[in-house]
Design a protein around this ligand. Structure first.
Ligand SMILES: [Zn+2]
Length: 210
């Protein structure tokens, strides 16, 4: 593939220090483990240039723009620990900028997560996975999607996601695929459970079609 999964394209101002001790990552980490077992998050030498894929995040406090996200290149790890997560203190989709801290830099797709939190006030969790089944059935399942000519990690993608989130398509289903990002799917919800359930439901729908 021409794009490089895992390459951070935004301007990152990262402070290398532990996350605040009062942040509880237990449920976020549990869902990340479930998604890893389903191979929706992971790393495979045969795919995506062998780089890790998929990431998960959770808003820290309702109405706050801060969120915790799995770190860059952690896809190979079956279990994550607090040092594998980063805290996004603030992010500007418009300026392609992220301010973060943690013992790992944030996922390369953190700006997409930030865009969802900014547009969707009710979103408390965002999950990005790679699912060949959901992705290739985007049209058959009538899923919201960004176009094939829009590559991941670009300003164009940020604008396309914003336009999509402002449309009534995603009010029916809090999920979209990125046809310009092989196997890329993003879902969100008022809880981690809701975001994961939307993904797993669409995975079952896609498998049923095939
Ligand atoms: Zn991806």
């Amino acid at each position: 593939m021409s794009e490089m999964e895992g390459v951070i394209k935004y301007h990152l101002n990262h402070q290398h220090k532990p996350l605040p001790a009062n942040i509880n990552l237990n449920r976020l980490n549990a869902w990340r483990s479930v998604l890893y077992r389903l191979q929706l998050i992971g790393q495979n030498p045969e795919k995506y240039d062998g780089l890790g894929y998929g990431n998960i995040s959770q808003r820290l406090v309702v109405d706050s723009s801060a969120f915790v996200i799995s770190g860059t290149q952690t896809g190979h790890l079956a279990e994550l620990s607090p040092e594998n997560y980063a805290l996004i203190d603030s992010a500007s989709v418009e300026h392609n900028q992220i301010n973060s801290s943690g013992l790992t830099a944030p996922s390369s797709e953190a700006l997409t997560h930030a865009g969802v939190y900014q547009q969707e006030a009710s979103a408390q969790a965002v999950i990005h996975v790679h699912s060949p089944e959901i992705w290739r059935n985007t049209l058959a399942l009538n899923l919201p999607h960004t176009k094939a000519e829009i590559a991941y990690g670009t300003i164009e993608m940020a604008q396309a996601v914003k336009a999509l989130l402002n449309s009534d398509q995603v009010s029916q289903l809090p999920l979209f695929t990125m046809l310009g990002h092989e196997d890329g799917v993003v879902a969100w919800g008022a809880t981690l459970e809701q975001a994961a359930a939307v993904l797993i439901q669409q995975l079952a729908n896609a498998i049923a079609l095939e």
